[in-house]
Design a protein around this ligand. Structure first.
Ligand SMILES: NC(=O)c1ccc[n+]([C@@H]2O[C@H](COP(=O)([O-])OP(=O)(O)OC[C@H]3O[C@@H](n4cnc5c(N)ncnc54)[C@H](OP(=O)(O)O)[C@@H]3O)[C@@H](O)[C@H]2O)c1
Length: 259
């Protein structure tokens, strides 16, 4: 007989989570899942109205506390301000989900320096800044979860995605370094690597039937992910159920990277 009831290991009662980019898309789904499992949550993104609305939806839908902070997570000073506000209003953060992301598509020859800098800042620098701020407290308390959003583009390449694919490949190795640094302190670091999901980020693909179909053709399951299909992976990695999992990448991609 297992020592512990496995379903109890997925419960997050008494935990506090921060989800960057929690105002919409996968971030809102992840924050909702963590709240459904019992966590109080904080959401951070730049657009104050949107992040407030998402927090209100989560509070209403789950009965847990959900607070919102408007912050640009690419700037250390903003991350510090966000952290102070979240800790003051919610308490110490046990689960950090580095989910904020942007994509600027274009061929290497056409992309501008600012495009590269912007994509690298949100997708790669921001997880570093937030983890740097929150992980020491988790280590001191002896329990923590850092979940970084990678992508199938952490391990495969698609033309026209240089900054994004480079950032997401970096996220994977950043996750592994974090895992090694904190492995003995009760803090895990893992990546979720999604395939295509119909969020705002993918509007250019969703609005182009040819591109949309070309993506579907590459997915063994023959369809895009449905937003709720990210939730189980996030809850697993956020909870005690993943206590012996660190430095790993969980692909939620309909089999794309299995090929
Ligand atoms: N959707 C997919 O198919 C897919 C596939 C693989 C990986 N991913 C990854 O999954 C994560 C979520 O993607 P998504 O598709 O849900 O994206 P989305 O719907 O476009 O949402 C992105 C979120 O990030 C926030 N954000 C962007 N820049 C920010 C900044 N500088 N500071 C704070 N927040 C910022 C946005 O809010 P504001 O604009 O208001 O700041 C928004 O809340 C990303 O890391 C993405 O790369 C997505």
């Amino acid at each position: 007989m297992p020592e512990k009831d496995v379903l109890a290991l997925f419960k997050l009662d008494g935990r506090r989570a921060l989800v960057t980019g929690g105002s919409k898309g996968l971030g809102e789904v992840i924050a909702t899942a963590l709240a459904q499992a019992g966590a109080d949550v904080a959401l951070a993104s730049r657009n104050k109205t949107e992040v407030q609305a998402a927090a209100a939806r989560i509070e209403q839908g789950t009965g847990r506390r959900a607070l919102s902070v408007a912050a640009d997570v690419t700037k250390a000073a903003e991350v510090e301000r966000m952290a102070e506000e979240v800790e003051r209003l919610l308490g110490p953060i046990d689960i950090l989900v580095n989910n904020a992301g942007i994509n600027i598509r274009g061929e290497v020859a056409q992309l501008k320096e600012e495009d590269w800098d912007a994509v690298l800042a949100v997708n790669l620098k921001a997880p570093f800044l937030a983890a740097k701020r929150f992980a020491p407290g988790m280590c001191e308390r002896g329990w923590g979860r850092v979940i970084n959003l990678g992508s199938i583009l952490s391990v495969i390449a698609i033309p026209g995605r240089a900054p994004y694919a480079s950032a997401k490949a970096g996220v994977l190795n950043l996750t592994r370094v974090m895992a090694l640094e904190w492995a003995a302190r009760g803090v895990t670091a893992n990546a979720i690597c999604p395939g295509p999901f119909a969020t705002e980020m993918n509007k250019p693909l969703l609005n182009d039937p040819e591109k949309y179909k070309a993506f579907v053709a590459k997915i063994p399951m023959g369809r895009w992910g449905e937003l709720h299909e990210i939730a189980g992976a996030a809850l697993f990695l956020a909870s005690e159920a993943s206590s012996y999992v660190t430095g790993s990448a969980l692909f939620v991609d309909g089999g794309w990277t299995a090929q």
